[in-house]
Design a protein around this ligand. Structure first.
Ligand code: SAM
Length: 171
């Protein structure tokens, strides 16, 4: 079941501190076909509907060069999420998972990320596939998919540092 703002069996909410604003700037808005969380995909798909990213001024000039990348990483603010759950039950069956072990929109800082396929750019509007957010979701950032991006700045020493692989700690 999609969550609106209800608490489910065995879920745990905490008294969340008042958010300290990180002074993020909404640089645009995402336009999608979905107006209800009951219909929005859980994760976007690259064969999903074409959606639109509108970039606000004065940030439009920052799109220079974006057209070179087939895939973009998009960060957005899941503005209708509650922010106080530490244990969540995505299946609403009493089984709970820690917030940081799942990709639920309900998190202390409700940042969503998607890798989208760029279809085209028209002025301040990008047309992409791969979203899973509501129409009107605020845009935080966009950047090339890291697997397509080669740093333009010269390398620095940390780029060559290696270390033995740490063991994964399992609960
Ligand atoms: N792909 C992102 C990620 O992994 O970080 C988001 C995944 S999250 C599971 C996607 C769900 O968030 C949607 O199915 C919808 O229920 C919810 N959602 C979408 N837009 C939202 C918004 N603006 N505010 C709150 N919830 C939203």
């Amino acid at each position: 079941m999609v969550r609106l703002n209800e608490i489910r069996e065995n879920e745990v909410a905490v008294e969340a501190p008042d958010p300290v604003d990180a002074h993020l700037t909404y640089i645009g808005r995402i336009k999608t076909p979905w107006t209800s969380r009951m219909e929005t995909p859980r994760q976007g798909r690259h064969d999903g509907p074409v959606c639109e990213i509108e970039i606000f001024e004065p940030w439009v000039a920052a799109l220079k060069g974006v057209e070179r990348f087939e895939r973009l990483e998009i960060l957005y603010w899941l503005d209708q999420s509650r922010r106080d759950l530490v244990l969540q039950s995505p299946a609403s069956n009493g089984e709970v998972h820690g917030t940081f072990s799942i990709r639920s929109p309900v998190r202390p800082n409700p940042i969503g990320t998607s890798i989208v396929l760029l279809d085209r750019i028209e002025g301040n509007r990008l047309f992409v596939r791969g979203f899973d957010c509501l129409d009107g979701t605020p845009l935080l950032d966009l950047k090339p998919d890291r697997s397509l991006f080669k740093p333009i700045a010269p390398p620095q020493p940390g780029d060559f540092e290696t270390a033995p692989r740490a063991h994964c700690v399992k609960a």
